[in-house]
Design a protein around this ligand. Structure first.
Ligand code: ATP
Length: 226
């Protein structure tokens, strides 16, 4: 299993007490499969992604990323694991305004201390994979919202992650563009063998994913039919 959450509980301080955001959550995501997480606002979906991304440490339970039990890691080791093994697609692309599409991706190689020499070639290969080969030298303001989201996804794949975590990728897109982005995520998950978890409010295209699970008040319910 490439991503495993085993009996994970996460609480936040809440007045004099604690609020349970994740309540004994277990989830296994194999390589090459896409799991969608749906559920009402405040049910814990973002918390689940944050824990899987090792950005937040759970109170209890284990998070295992590509065979590494993250409980054993120090802060620097977690940062390295995140850079090398985990791709994160945030809801807002947050592209740097002055950089071209290709440079948005190349920056990831700089940040992870990788060999800068092959970075442009890899960036161009990924832009091609997300259908933007001809937009490599465009800056964000010269691209549509859907194209910016594709760059966001390509950027998360730059370091060839084992785990891909995607937060509300279609929320800012219309139906057609949302469907296209979801198709892209399904294809990339298979082609690049990532264990992909996607949080979404949008139930429109869930027939395309491998599995849909529901968060409800911090608990993960059985897979739901789509
Ligand atoms: N940093 C925090 N400190 C305290 N409570 C938090 C914090 N982050 C989230 N919570 C609470 O934890 C619960 C789960 O929040 P979370 O953001 O994971 O839900 P969500 O399902 O992603 O919601 P949405 O769909 O609205 O984004 C909520 O009750 C929220 O108020």
């Amino acid at each position: 299993m490439t991503l495993t959450l085993a009996d994970v509980t996460l609480t936040y301080p809440d007045g004099d007490g604690r609020l349970t955001a994740l309540d004994h959550v277990s989830l296994d995501v194999p390589a090459g499969s896409l799991t969608a997480v749906v559920g009402p606002s405040g049910s814990g979906k973002s918390s689940l992604l944050a824990v899987a991304a090792t950005l937040v440490t759970p109170d209890e339970g284990r998070v295992v990323v590509a065979g590494t039990d993250t409980a054993c890691l120090g802060r620097a080791e977690k940062t390295a694991l995140r850079r090398e093994r985990i791709g994160i697609v945030f809801q807002q692309p947050n592209l740097l305004p002055s950089l071209t599409a290709a440079e948005q991706l190349q920056v990831m190689t700089h940040l992870s201390g990788g060999a800068v020499r092959g970075a442009r070639g890899r960036a161009l290969e990924l832009l091609d994979a997300v259908g933007l080969a001809d937009k490599a030298d465009r800056r964000p303001h010269q691209l549509s919202g859907g194209q910016r989201q594709r760059i966001n996804i390509a950027r998360a794949l730059m370091n060839d992650p084992a785990v891909l975590l995607v937060d509300e990728p279609t929320s800012a897109l219309d139906h057609e563009r949302g469907a296209a982005v979801l198709d892209l995520l399904v294809t990339l998950t298979t082609e690049r063998s990532t264990a992909t978890v996607m949080v979404t409010h949008d139930r429109a295209h869930l027939d395309r994913v491998d599995r849909t699970v529901m968060m409800d008040d911090g608990r993960l319910t059985a897979p739901v039919a789509t």
